[in-house]
Design a protein around this ligand. Structure first.
Ligand SMILES: *[C@@H]1O[C@H](CO)[C@@H](O)[C@H](O)[C@H]1NC(C)=O
Ligand SMILES: *[C@@H]1O[C@H](CO)[C@@H](O)[C@H](O)[C@H]1NC(C)=O
Ligand SMILES: *[C@@H]1O[C@H](CO)[C@@H](O)[C@H](O)[C@H]1NC(C)=O
Ligand SMILES: *[C@@H]1O[C@H](CO)[C@@H](O)[C@H](O)[C@H]1NC(C)=O
Ligand SMILES: *[C@@H]1O[C@H](CO)[C@@H](O)[C@H](O)[C@H]1NC(C)=O
Length: 260
């Protein structure tokens, strides 16, 4: 039995200890609103509900907007996707299920980068979003650790016109290649979400581009069928984000296990 006061002092020092950990397993999270997280947001207000699968854990850190590591607490994109009201996303559920399934992995460091409403062209190399993600990735590894993967959930904004939907596959492929090249991790695990957006007329074309993408160490999970938040029906619910987080974990572990 650990005396309570020791337990509490452990909590207080944990960010310092874990933040300095040289063995962080770093994940970049990028894309648009469903990656940022709108679970529990109704009428531009977040309900504040955090399910236990998305709860904070001293072994899950987040690179805050000010480039310091802090204990991750939903909504983890709150200081990144600042123009929107953020809620629960898939990141914490991903990290918690990863720690459950790979308990010896150590510290998980999440680097939230997603911004609601963004299209693939805005994520192209040299653009502000891309540069920002690369800056955050560089700072993240500087503190010690290895970038283990990119979690990517984007494309809804590219379902609106035929031109964008047609161009999606080559733009996405280029984005993945550029990220791997610029991080100098040629086989960086990528886990993407195939979207199920209803906002555009060309969703199927973007989905086909995603599902048809053939790259080594690319895993794909499917958002089709996950429940959306009423009444707006624009974003995944909190329980849907929990499910998605677990799917992302399973896909990531499948990539790791398939490595020779
Ligand atoms: C959201 O706004 C609509 C329309 O103003 C209202 O009918 C509804 O009760 C509100 N829902 C919540 C959960 O606040
Ligand atoms: C950085 O941001 C985090 C999260 O908002 C905050 O807790 C922390 O105090 C900030 N640190 C500095 C040095 O500003
Ligand atoms: C992407 O979004 C930006 C900002 O809204 C817009 O200026 C640009 O035209 C869009 N690009 C494409 C190819 O859709
Ligand atoms: C978020 O995901 C849901 C479920 O796939 C989809 O219906 C919705 O269009 C997405 N929303 C946005 C803004 O991308
Ligand atoms: C989708 O197509 C319908 C029918 O042509 C059109 O009325 C609607 O405006 C289109 N939606 C978008 C988002 O372009």
């Amino acid at each position: 039995m650990i005396p309570l006061f020791i337990f509490y002092s452990y909590l207080v020092i944990s960010v310092g200890v874990y933040g300095a950990a040289s063995n962080k397993n770093i994940f970049l999270l990028a894309g648009q609103s469903n990656m940022s997280g709108r679970g529990g947001v109704v009428n531009l207000t977040w309900d504040g509900y955090i399910p236990r699968q998305s709860a904070s854990n001293p072994a899950i850190l987040r690179l805050a907007a000010n480039l310091t590591w802090v204990t991750a607490v939903e909504p983890i994109h709150k200081d990144i996707d600042v123009l929107k009201v953020c809620g629960v996303g898939p990141g914490m559920a991903f990290a918690n299920s990863l720690l459950r399934k790979a308990p010896r992995i150590g510290v998980v460091g999440l680097v939230p980068c997603a911004i609601g409403g963004t299209n693939i062209s805005q994520w192209a190399r040299g653009g502000e979003l891309y540069n920002q993600m690369m800056r955050r990735a560089a700072v993240a590894v500087n503190g010690g650790g290895i970038i283990r993967g990119l979690l990517w959930y984007q494309g809804e904004s590219d379902t609106l016109t035929l031109e964008d939907a047609k161009a999606y596959k080559s733009r996405l492929h280029q984005f993945f290649m550029d990220v791997r090249n610029d991080l100098h991790i040629p086989h960086l695990p990528l886990v993407q979400v195939a979207l199920a957006s209803v906002s555009g007329n060309y969703t199927n074309m973007v989905r086909e581009a995603q599902l048809g993408m053939k790259l080594v160490n690319l895993g794909t999970v499917d958002a089709m069928g996950l429940p959306v938040q009423e009444p707006e029906r624009l974003h995944l619910t909190t329980p849907a984000q929990v499910s998605l987080g677990k799917m992302l974990t399973n896909a990531f572990l499948r990539i790791c296990n398939s490595k020779s």
